[in-house]
Design a protein around this ligand. Structure first.
Ligand SMILES: [Zn+2]
Length: 295
């Protein structure tokens, strides 16, 4: 058959590669039969060749998509705001099936695993919370605007979680911290150097930061934190004693102080985060990367 691109030559059978995206990650299918024009390099696939590619892609998907863990299945249901009955109806499975997967009583079957993976890929919030590749892309997008501003470590983390719609539980699991500690970090209630270098390193990795970003964020936090210790009377005057009220108040106080810190930010007499602490984070970061704690 004559090349429909250059009309200078006949297509001949050759092999090629294709990139397919599975679970947000690119994979290369190699050694695929195709028809190539020797003159211009144009490539077409016959019907039979296309079918072969589909078959290879599907078997790759079966092989690559790891069985969803009970935690991931729970996260998915929370992202979708569904009851166990709702999600069983959605997937056309028996009433108790999803609950058994979530409790780890039985593993999800490979065919249902593929179906649920496809569901995850269709829901942006689910992709961000469950697929590391999509999560990293969403965080990097948030970073481009956030890291240009004067922003503290705590407010930065709060903003990224808000913008990306990450579930706080998912963040806590990845950082290996308790939800209460995440809240305290968001409110800059920890002096920067009292957060363990290991936790800070996990934060740096999770949020795709570099050590320069980190230094600026921590210095802003230090300013806010120091202002806060001299502004404790704001807390003392609080009239709401329930935990939720206190949490809202703490985040409001932090936002107010952050605005003040922003104005003060340029003065040179500020205390800065020590190089010693940053070195410890750097060392811890080496360990985190070795373990490959991205998941
Ligand atoms: Zn051609």
């Amino acid at each position: 058959m004559i090349c429909t691109n250059c009309f200078a030559s006949e297509y001949t059978t050759a092999t090629t590669e294709l990139t397919v995206t599975i679970c947000g990650e690119d994979h290369i299918l190699t050694n695929l039969a195709c028809e190539r024009c020797p003159a211009c390099g144009d490539i077409i696939f016959t019907h039979a060749q296309s079918l072969e590619i589909d078959k290879k892609r599907i078997s790759l998907e079966f092989g690559i998509k790891p069985l969803l863990t009970p935690e991931q299945l729970k996260t998915l249901r929370r992202v979708l705001h569904m009851t166990l009955d709702d999600i069983c109806d959605l997937l056309h499975i028996g009433r108790n099936t999803y609950g058994r997967w979530e409790r780890g009583e039985v593993a999800i079957t490979p065919s249902m695993n593929l179906l649920v993976h496809n569901l995850i890929e269709k829901v942006p919030d689910a992709r961000i919370n469950l697929l590391p590749g999509d999560r990293a892309a969403a965080i990097q997008k948030a970073n481009t605007s956030l890291l240009e501003q004067y922003i503290s470590f705590g407010e930065y983390i709060r903003e990224v979680i808000f913008i990306t719609k990450l579930l706080p539980d998912v963040v806590c699991d990845s950082l290996k911290i308790e939800p209460a500690d995440l809240t305290k970090i968001e409110n800059n209630d920890f002096a920067p150097e009292t957060i363990s270098p290991e936790v800070t390193a996990r934060i740096v990795q999770f949020f795709s930061l570099n050590l320069d970003n980190l230094k600026r964020l921590l210095n802003a936090t230090l300013t806010v934190f120091n202002m806060k210790s001299s502004a404790n009377m704001v807390h003392a005057r609080s009239t709401s004693y329930d935990a939720k009220g206190a949490a809202i108040q703490a985040s409001t106080v932090n936002k107010v102080l952050e605005k003040l810190a922003q104005k003060k930010g340029t003065t040179s007499d500020r205390k800065l985060v020590s190089d010693e602490y940053l070195e410890k984070v750097k060392a811890a970061l080496g360990d985190v990367n070795k373990v490959g704690g991205a998941a």
